[in-house]
Design a protein around this ligand. Structure first.
Ligand SMILES: *[C@@H]1O[C@H](CO)[C@@H](O)[C@H](O)[C@H]1NC(C)=O
Ligand SMILES: *[C@@H]1O[C@H](CO)[C@@H](O)[C@H](O)[C@H]1NC(C)=O
Ligand SMILES: *[C@@H]1O[C@H](CO)[C@@H](O)[C@H](O)[C@H]1NC(C)=O
Ligand SMILES: *[C@@H]1O[C@H](CO)[C@@H](O)[C@H](O)[C@H]1NC(C)=O
Ligand SMILES: *[C@@H]1O[C@H](CO)[C@@H](O)[C@H](O)[C@H]1NC(C)=O
Length: 504
């Protein structure tokens, strides 16, 4: 409460004169009339400016193709001939990449994304570069200005479609990060939702989340198919750049959708819209459009109300049973094979659905996903919650090909294990497949000289991944820890020794 009072006070000091000002109005022919009252909301968008003029804001549209790896500038009034001379091929699908709000002008992800797209197929890739108009612009003003940027992108698509209307032009896909996701939304609104698809990469939260007017932000009606990745959603008081709201046909919350593994914990977020958590959405997307490696597990999300329920294993259903149970982040193949999308569009109930998945902490992010449930033995007091002996719990998985191990440190989660008689569920990822005979566990204690035991009745491993298949059917195995050939259920697991498992 204290922090909210401070924030409001700062708003009033900085913008109080604005708030009591009369309403500004501006009209830009072809764009419409805008006021400083549009989408204003006392909590969710307290400050609104009229947007600056299209001439001032005017982003650069840079076209790249396989034939043309030097960028060609496109103009809103380009004719068919000019577009063709720039290398635009109407038969090919077009991808438009849009960056977010950032005072640093470097947007390396756009080039990487562009290169991966062109490597995978013959596309028209257009980068929207509006950094020059962004310099020194405050966030509230940028939020107002992006309405114009969105309309300009809409006009560009409209122009291209008109110039090539006889050629049955290819699809248009917009990929926008942060504020760029909402820019894609405004472009889609201008085109009355006729764009083929929008990927919103951690759509910006401040001034958008919870806003009751859907015209103010990206929404599922902005394209035939709107797919969002969330990596840094959460409260503005936690300085999250993204949002936990759903606003697409599919909203995929990576890990918890709030913070990402492998990102620094101490500075969890920042307000520069440049945090590791917020940028992770970009690298996930880039990995997803990297030409297919069939040996990689596919990024599959599971339909679930919350991360907690997902981790508890309450949402694990067969992806093959119902097309709404799961979603796959596979932009290149979805684009070619529209049947997945059609499944999703059959029924508007997909709107607002939340999907969850687990990723790695660094590339390759898409690994084998597992849920592991530790069923602790009930009634034992040899491993007391009051005894701070537990130092670390580690799992290791043996690679049968080379007998090397991958280690998974469960220390972050280990505290709850000292509660006896409970079950604990953990979501995990690994580069190796966990099988019935390649998993071991070890726990360490602080006082090495005193042998202690940990009592686990069983563990349940649910595999959520899909390697050589279209959709996974989750499989589950239950095992008990075994030490030197003896079950540990009665005598417990001794510390500092690797303990194997056997199927029940
Ligand atoms: C552009 O293409 C030319 C010829 O195909 C190639 O030599 C050059 O390295 C490419 N440049 C970039 C930046 O990819
Ligand atoms: C197209 O627009 C540009 C500015 O974006 C302008 O300089 C140029 O004259 C216009 N061309 C035509 C043919 O209208
Ligand atoms: C969108 O719909 C409105 C209202 O029906 C119409 O006036 C406008 O021309 C449409 N825009 C496009 C780009 O089709
Ligand atoms: C398209 O997807 C459907 C269902 O997801 C699958 O059965 C079919 O084999 C796919 N077709 C191609 C060409 O990949
Ligand atoms: C396994 O159990 C047997 C029989 O209870 C016992 O004699 C043996 O010492 C145990 N082995 C280990 C390594 O604890």
């Amino acid at each position: 409460m204290k922090s909210s009072a401070v924030v409001i006070a700062i708003f009033l000091i900085c913008f109080g004169s604005r708030i009591i000002d009369s309403i500004d109005t501006v009209t830009y022919p072809g764009y419409g009339t805008f006021t400083s009252n549009d989408f204003k909301h006392p909590i969710y968008r307290p400050i609104v400016f009229v947007p600056e003029s299209p001439d001032k804001i005017g982003p650069l549209f840079l076209l790249y193709t396989r034939q043309n790896n030097e960028s060609q500038r496109l103009d809103l009034n380009d004719t068919r001939l000019q577009l063709e001379q720039a290398g635009f091929n109407p038969k090919n699908p077009t991808w438009i990449l849009i960056h977010g709000f950032n005072f640093h002008s470097l947007k390396p992800w756009m080039n990487i994304c562009k290169d991966r797209l062109l490597k995978s197929s013959d596309f028209n890739v257009i980068l929207v570069d509006s950094r020059h108009s962004e310099k020194g612009v405050s966030y509230p003003r940028a939020v107002s200005n992006i309405r114009i940027v969105g309309i300009m992108i809409g006009k560009l698509i409209e122009q291209i479609s008109q110039e090539f209307s006889n050629d049955n032009p290819g699809t248009f896909t917009l990929v926008g990060h942060s504020l760029g996701a909402h820019i894609a939304g405004y472009a889609g609104k201008y085109l009355n939702g006729t764009i083929d698809r929008i990927y919103g990469l951690d759509p910006a939260g401040p001034f958008f989340k919870n806003h009751p007017d859907h015209r103010s932000r990206l929404w599922h009606t902005d394209a035939r198919f709107v797919f969002n990745l969330h990596t840094n959603g959460g409260s503005i008081f936690k300085l999250s750049s993204g949002m936990m709201d759903t606003c697409g046909h599919v909203d995929l919350f990576m890990n918890n959708g709030h913070q990402q593994p492998g990102c620094p914990k101490e500075i969890q977020n920042d307000l520069t819209f440049n945090s590791c958590h917020h940028r992770r959405a970009l690298w996930l997307m880039i990995e997803a459009i990297t030409p297919d490696n069939d040996q990689q597990p596919k990024p599959i999300g599971y339909d679930c109300d919350s991360w907690q329920s997902f981790e508890q294993g309450e949402c694990i259903r067969d992806c093959n049973a119902d097309p709404f149970n799961c979603v796959r982040l596979d932009p290149l193949n979805d684009g070619r094979n529209q049947s997945i999308e059609k499944n999703l569009l059959l029924n508007s109930i997909t709107t607002g659905r939340r999907y969850f998945m687990v990723t790695g902490n660094e590339e390759k992010f898409f690994r084998y996903q597992y849920l592991i449930k530790f069923n602790m033995k009930y009634g034992s007091n040899q491993f007391s919650g009051l005894d701070p002996v537990l130092r670390r719990i580690t799992l290791r998985i043996r690679n049968p090909k080379n007998d090397r191990y991958e280690y998974i440190d469960l220390t972050d989660w280990s505290q709850p294990y000292v509660d006896i008689g409970k079950s604990y569920a953990i979501s995990l990822y690994s580069t190796l497949e966990m099988m019935k005979n390649n998993l071991e566990i070890r726990w360490e204690r602080f006082l090495w000289f005193k042998r202690q035991r940990m009592f686990i009745n069983s563990i349940t491993i649910t595999s959520l991944s899909c390697k050589n298949c279209v959709w996974p059917t989750p499989t589950q195995i239950e095992m008990i820890p075994v030490s030197n050939g003896n079950d540990t259920t009665n005598n417990g697991i001794i510390n500092d020794e690797w303990t194997t498992f056997r199927l029940i």
